[in-house]
Design a protein around this ligand. Structure first.
Ligand code: FCB
Length: 470
């Protein structure tokens, strides 16, 4: 039984998309994308330092060496967040700052940076949400055993997590284990992946690729146990996933049924979000993989399937599906030429993906009990600073408005969506695309490191202030 929340419409705007009073409005970033200061205070390289320093890997030869220089400018950035009015901030902790060699000795100077950052957030009344791994794994572990190719990575990750939570657990009570397993495993080790992600290792078979994501799932499970064991106070734990969202071509029972079936085999869903939330790989995926399924040891699925407080859902686009008269009962639809898209080849605008993603977690995976946070949503746009020094990103506002309306639809139907973190607070290092793609609501002029709030920043501030989609 879903409980429908009484959403009070704005008196002047009956269709005003008012959000519940206790909704968490936030914004998100990650360590490698904004911090810079890659050699400071004994930090050692991550796989992204190595990857971006390799010619031809990242657009324009860009690296995260300086990025937004947030390591030195965090106070000003937090002040700007306070002006935005967000009460929640999702950032990530860089493993190679905390354990430069990946395992063993803890670098207290690296921990201190996050103490300073978190204390500053609290000073401005902003609640920290820390992701413990957003892709910048220590290069030392890649050299030692090939990072996620080894099961040992999950064990070392859990030790790193224990070290962090023991030291920061008095200040941080919202933890997220791993960001987007498909990206740092399937795109990092995949065969024929373009553009690849660090480490950019091509393993020999699809089975080996699935083995890397299986190891990451184990890391999530062991990490969750480690957080709960190490936290000095009650805390929440989430997994952040970017499961692929199937959207029915027409919202009629036959196409909705097709979208639900297709959810199992779309992207890596069947082997990542399924085991994480249900304790089993999807049988439909296993049938499709055959000999390419990963080796699963006894007890692994129990370890992976930990009780969670939230699911973090990163959502940017979706895949249209329709019912079909074939043996699957569905078919995936390609986007036609000219379909509206933001400034990325994969950023086709499908606002209903937000609603259907939430719907699938409840209805397709059978987890209506699990509260959700949208931990990332946003878009790249071709931002220009005009003669008055402003960035008027009406296209980004258009994108965000429609996605938030779809989020509101889910809440109005009683689905347990509790918060929204806009990606991203500011332009940053967009992985293989370097600084060529801007996802921020704050423009970063990289040569001067000046921050210029865009029109979308003002728009989002008004949404937060009024607690509704403006
Ligand atoms: C997500 C990543 C995030 C950012 C956005 C655009 O996949 O988690 O770091 O790059 O895409």
């Amino acid at each position: 039984m879903k409980i429908i929340l009484p959403l009070i419409p704005h008196p002047c705007f009956p269709d005003s998309y008012q959000f519940p009073e206790d909704f968490w409005w936030g914004t998100a970033t990650s360590s490698y994308q904004i911090e810079g200061a890659i050699t400071e205070e004994d930090r050692q390289p991550s796989v992204w330092d190595t990857f971006s320093a390799t010619p031809g890997r990242v657009r324009g030869g860009n690296t995260g060496a300086v990025a937004c220089d947030h390591y030195h400018r965090y106070e000003l950035d937090v002040q700007l967040m306070a002006q935005l009015g967000v009460k929640h901030y999702r950032f990530s902790i860089a493993w190679p700052r905390i354990m430069p060699e990946g395992r063993g000795t803890v670098n207290e100077a690296g921990v201190d940076f996050y103490k300073r950052l978190v204390d500053c957030l609290h000073e401005y009344g902003i609640t920290p949400h820390a992701t413990l791994f957003h892709w910048d794994s220590p290069q030392a572990l890649a050299d030692l055993y090939g990072s996620w190719q080894s099961r040992q990575m999950a064990v070392d990750y859990a030790d790193y997590v224990t070290a962090v939570v023991r030291r920061l657990g008095d200040r941080i009570t919202h933890w997220m284990t791993l960001n987007e397993i498909p990206c740092f495993t399937h795109m990092g080790y995949g065969v024929n992946c373009d553009p690849p992600h660090a480490p950019g290792t091509q393993v020999d078979s699809l089975k080996e690729v699935w083995q890397t994501s299986h190891h990451a799932l184990l890391a999530h499970g062991l990490g969750t146990q480690a957080i709960r064991a190490a936290s000095p106070v009650p805390c929440t734990v989430s997994l952040v996933d970017n499961f692929a969202v199937t959207v029915p071509l027409i919202e009629s029972p036959d196409h909705i049924e097709a979208a639900k079936k297709a959810f199992h085999t779309c992207g890596q869903n069947g082997g990542i979000i399924f085991p994480a939330l249900t304790g089993a790989y999807s049988p439909l995926l296993l049938a499709e993989l055959g000999e390419n399924a990963p080796d699963i040891q006894e007890g692994d699925l129990e370890t992976i399937h930990q009780p969670l407080d939230f699911l973090g859902f990163n959502i940017y686009s979706g895949t249209y599906v329709r019912a079909a008269d074939n043996k699957l009962g569905y078919e995936f639809l390609d986007f036609p030429p000219g379909y509206p898209r933001m400034h990325m080849p994969w950023l086709d605008i499908v606002p209903d993906c937000v609603y259907w993603g939430i719907h699938h977690i409840s209805e397709t995976l059978g987890r209506p009990d699990l509260p959700l946070l949208i931990t990332e949503n946003g878009c790249a746009a071709q931002d220009q600073v005009n003669a008055n020094g402003e960035v008027i990103d009406t296209d980004r506002i258009f994108y965000l408005r429609h996605h938030l309306r779809a989020a509101h639809r889910a809440i109005a139907q009683g689905y347990p969506l509790k918060g929204y973190f806009l990606w991203s607070f500011m332009d940053n290092f967009e992985w293989s695309w370097g600084y060529d793609r801007r996802f921020g609501i704050t423009y970063v002029d990289y040569p001067t490191q000046q921050r210029i709030p865009k029109a979308s920043f003002d728009w989002y501030r008004e949404c937060i202030r009024n607690n509704r989609v403006m």
